[in-house]
Design a protein around this ligand. Sequence first.
Ligand code: MRU
Length: 381
Amino acid sequence: MTEEKDPTSGLPETLSWQGGRPGYVRMVEQTLLPGEFTELEVKSVDQMVDAIYRLAVRGAPAIGVATAYGVLLGIQDLVGRTAADVMDAFAGTCSKLERARPTAVNLFWALERMTECAQAKVSEGASGDEIVGALFDKAMAIHASDKDTCQRMGAHGAELIKDGARVLTHCNAGSLATGGIGTALAPIYEATRQGKSVKVYADETRPLLQGARLTSWELAQGGVDVTLITDNTAGWVMREGRIDMVIVGSDRIARNGDVCNKIGTYSVAVLAREHGIPFFVVAPLSTFDMTLEDGSRIPIEERPAEEVTEPMGQRIAPEGCQVYSPAFDVTPARLVSGIVTEVGVIHSPTTAAAEAAFKQAGLEIPELVTPGEIKGSKAMG
Ligand code: MRU
């Protein structure tokens, strides 16, 4: 164990609201990292939808925060208008945002929290300005609570990390993917802060290279020992005995504990099981979709063929080559050793254990939905 130092102290703020009302969102332009560190100013809901779709802002919790801010961008100019006018603009804004990306349930979670807030004000007989004011407070609260949730997941997850641990991660589930210090990387940051020695192997994460471009960048910024590997090296480093545990994030977790995350996560989970390596997921309760019994119906985003055939603008496959590019996959709960949430670790996740975590957090458990009502299905075209 070494002396305490906070590896997150120098990390940039992934996104933030600037100014009051009216204001705008400043965010790190993640598509240009690590070559260029640029911040984008997002000033309209259309720009926000574009930023989410292009992955300028990405990662489930950060998408949730961006969505809440996107709602504000769509309604902030309605000054002195009726409640009905504000609610019309609100509905139009939400329907644009819900089409941005389909899989990360945090986007829909944020829209639900904003909708509950607006509807509560309407039923109190509030004016248009009062509704907009309440939505501003709600969006700021969503961001603040995401920061706090990341810290709490970090503390719970750090208990699982032994001094000297070698951890494999996939995609980027760090500060760049949240409004705080991350999900999967939060326990690594916290364990490092506590003075434990932690070594990370980061999968490069084809096709958009979030592991290579973002995880290896942000961990290095924080002074964490990180080694980049190609995706197809994961099995071999396990076989070589270099990995003690896997820690990943998630975009959506079904009620039974099936975990949807970046494409390639399922392969890592299967490899971990073969090698007897624990496979942990770190995700806030806002990433659980309790309306889905299991992971089989989670809408899986498909990305354009060019992201595979021309990564970083460099053609690597013949013109007209057929491509199948799902952006996410689903790891069955039986391969998951535990899910670290803000209220603690759900070991060997099951429906009963997920329900117990929701009860412990004082959250209502929603009804299961029919296929047509699945969150994200509208974004699938
Ligand atoms: O396509 P992306 O970059 O948005 O995918 C991100 C991931 O898959 C992350 O692992 C997940 O959102 C968890 S982030 C804290």
